[in-house]
Design a protein around this ligand. Structure first.
Ligand SMILES: [Mg+2]
Length: 324
């Protein structure tokens, strides 16, 4: 017997995430009542995940819950904001209690890890889609933005790039259980947002963006906002051992440059801040790689292993591309 929206929300979506004192009234009324801290800005972001577009339709359900929150946390990380509150809007093809339980489990674990409280949500029927809105705090004037990069700054990325794109390739190719593909598939399904890194970069980074659509595309957004260009060394792009083993050097570097869904951070730092990065990498457990420099000439150019400097055609994932 189909269950009502209200009983499903009550049983599976109430009380998810951390309990926070600044939530004066959470799920259950017409709106949540939240107490922002003094002298802070609210950083607000939202992302929608659609089945078959943002995750494979047959992805593990708990990982869909994880990823729907992770992509939003990643946006706050890129702003150096401390996550606090989330709302969730779920569209489900059917009122499936098992699905909701597994989804809530994935969402809840990541929310608790980052001290996020779910403060509201709704449930309706339709093709599977998940919208999360997240709110975080950042002290006045301390947010990282895309428009602060300056000529001479170093360009840095966190973690390893391209794993998620290769993971999708492996998943779609049916290579799901092999030990050589599972680290890549895990990166696709369960991205780890770089929240601690973002907070550590306050006052050090000049600009930042998270990598959702691919390095070439997202770095280009940062450069355009900052009114400058960049030279990046292809050989400096950090590829994981799993990516190199699975795809080989050339394809792994291509995935690192153009593949989406990594949810790493890309940021610029002035030269004086560079020595601080080793300590931040150690404190946050995050590999950091310097991949290039900000230059005056607009556009992104790639230093090839043979020394040539070639322009990069920016081709990240675009939902409304006019090309076939
Ligand atoms: Mg983003």
């Amino acid at each position: 017997m189909p269950r009502s929206e209200f009983s499903l929300i009550r049983d599976y979506l109430t009380g998810l995430g951390a309990s926070r004192e600044d939530v004066r009234l959470g799920v259950g009324d017409d709106a949540a009542l939240l107490q922002p801290p003094a002298a802070h800005m609210l950083a607000v972001s939202t992302d929608t995940l659609v089945a078959g577009v943002h995750f494979p339709e047959d992805a593990p359900v708990a990982s869909i819950g994880h990823k729907s929150l992770a992509v939003n946390l990643s946006d706050l990380a890129a702003m150096a904001a401390e996550p606090a509150w989330a709302t969730l809007s779920l569209t489900l093809p059917a009122p499936d209690a098992d699905w909701l339980r597994d989804f809530a489990g994935g969402f809840d674990a990541l929310a608790r890890k980052h001290q996020v409280a779910l403060v509201g949500g709704d449930l309706c029927r339709g093709p599977l889609a998940i919208s999360v809105q997240i709110t975080g705090f950042v002290p006045q004037g301390r947010a990282l933005r895309r428009d602060g990069a300056a000529v001479g700054d170093h360009i840095v990325v966190s973690g390893y790039l391209g794993d998620a794109a290769l993971g999708l390739q492996a998943w779609q190719g049916g290579e799901r259980q092999a030990s050589r593909t599972s680290p890549l598939i895990d990166r696709l399904h369960r991205p780890g947002p770089r929240v601690q890194l973002g907070l550590a970069l306050r006052g050090l980074a000049s600009a930042a963006i998270d990598l959702s659509d691919g390095l070439a595309s997202d770095l280009d957004h940062l450069l355009t906002a900052s009114g400058c260009g960049a030279e990046v060394a292809l050989g400096q792009l950090p590829c994981s051992e799993a990516a190199l083993r699975y795809a080989g050097t050339t394809a792994a570097r291509q995935a690192a440059l153009a593949g989406g869904d990594d949810y790493e951070l890309c940021f610029s730092v002035p030269g004086w801040a560079l020595p601080a990065l080793a300590g931040i990498a150690a404190d946050t457990g995050t590999p950091l790689s310097v991949i290039g420099r900000v230059v005056e000439k607009p556009g992104l150019r790639l230093r090839q292993p043979d020394g040539r400097l070639l322009p990069v055609s920016v081709r990240g994932y675009q939902h409304f591309s006019e090309e076939p």
